[in-house]
Design a protein around this ligand. Structure first.
Ligand SMILES: NC(=O)c1ccc[n+]([C@@H]2O[C@H](COP(=O)([O-])OP(=O)(O)OC[C@H]3O[C@@H](n4cnc5c(N)ncnc54)[C@H](OP(=O)(O)O)[C@@H]3O)[C@@H](O)[C@H]2O)c1
Length: 326
């Protein structure tokens, strides 16, 4: 089968399209014929190995010290079931599915644990739209529910409101009944308003930490805010959640966890919950949330797709069409 490989860390041109062996199917797995995948901010980070900060060593031990341990890139997929393992009972050959598995999704075939983050493709979405849902939506759900601990009526500010995580964070926060302020650049103000944000702030013109509004929570999906500066606009027990971690934020998180009052919190998302994926699918099918597909590239153009995601300026997700024209 054809797959995108990354056999050394570096710039987008380390990527190659190779003929590799088909995955072997375990009893508790299903084989997905991938028709659409994606390039996420997580994929470009794993390729370039930048931004790991103090986690550089543990991440390198996890993903491969000298070169990537699993050379096949990609984590989001949409396609059809090509085969089912002996013990897998939840899917049938031909079912349309979508989901997330870290590593291996930029390929024609992918073996996925049936109990993992895989579910029937949401009705009404194209394969490319479905392929840009799981990473952003599962992350946004985990950050809002588990780290912000969002409640109806709360005022929340979402920094990076038009990124893959941001577009879902805005919509999910509205779904949970919060008053949402989205922060983005001028070009994305209309998009973030269309996602349901009550207010939008253009970060190139306004510094939200100097404004009159006070927030119960700030979710920073970019890594460019600071707890020290945002304290002024956080409510007395407000939470500032960071998803891009630095040593300063970890120390602030530790320090503020020992005291009452405003807290810095470091969030993470494993992205492997089937239950959460089913929740997201239901919200899409009932029209509560929708994906934002920025661009679709064909598999042979994977290097261009990585170059675009490397800019850090995409709107929602970037899909890769596999085996068919976009
Ligand atoms: N810890 C975890 O488990 C976890 C899980 C998922 C994601 N993440 C991390 O979360 C981050 C965001 O992921 P993503 O996929 O949403 O990224 P993305 O799609 O590339 O979006 C990045 C966003 O940053 C905005 N941006 C760029 N420069 C900015 C600035 N100076 N001020 C404000 N906004 C700025 C861009 O909007 P404009 O074009 O409008 O500037 C864009 O919306 C990544 O670093 C990713 O690794 C962590």
């Amino acid at each position: 089968m054809l797959a995108v490989s990354c056999r050394r860390y570096g710039a987008p041109d380390v990527l190659k399209i190779e003929e590799v062996a088909r995955p072997t199917l375990k009893a508790d797995e299903v084989l997905v014929r991938v028709r659409a995948s994606s390039v996420t901010s997580g994929d470009v980070r794993m390729r370039a190995f930048t931004g790991a900060g103090i986690f550089w060593l543990p991440m390198r031990l996890l993903f491969g010290v000298l070169r990537p341990r699993n050379p096949i890139t990609g984590m989001e997929f949409a396609g059809t079931i090509a085969a089912v393992g002996k013990g897998a009972t939840g899917f049938r050959v031909g079912d349309a599915v979508f989901g997330m598995k870290i590593g291996g999704a930029n390929a024609e075939l992918l073996a996925v644990r049936e109990a993992g983050a895989i579910a029937a493709k949401p009705d009404g979405l194209t394969l490319e739209e479905a392929a840009v849902v799981p990473f952003g939506a599962l992350s946004a759900l985990a950050f809002l529910r588990d780290f912000v601990q969002i409640k109806p009526g709360q005022k929340i500010l979402i920094h990076g409101a038009n990124g893959a995580v941001g577009v879902f964070a805005v919509q999910l926060a509205k779904h949970f009944g919060a008053h949402v302020t989205g922060v983005c650049s001028t070009a994305n103000l209309d998009l973030v308003t269309s996602l349901g944000a009550d207010q939008v702030i253009d970060y190139s013109k306004t510094d939200f930490t100097r404004g009159p509004d006070v927030y119960d929570a700030i979710l920073d999906t970019v890594g460019s805010t600071s707890f020290s500066r945002s304290k002024r606009v956080l409510a007395p027990y407000g939470r500032h959640v960071f998803v891009v971690q630095t040593l300063t934020q970890l120390l602030q998180a530790l320090w503020t966890s020992l005291r009452r009052g405003k807290r810095a919190i470091v969030g993470f998302s494993s992205g492997d919950s089937k239950e959460d994926l089913l929740l997201i699918k239901g919200l899409i099918e009932t029209g509560r949330i929708r994906p934002m597909l920025d661009r679709t590239y064909r598999l042979p153009d994977i290097i261009d797709a990585h170059r675009y995601v490397d800019t850090g300026r995409k709107r929602g997700g970037v899909a890769i069409s596999i085996g068919a024209a976009p």
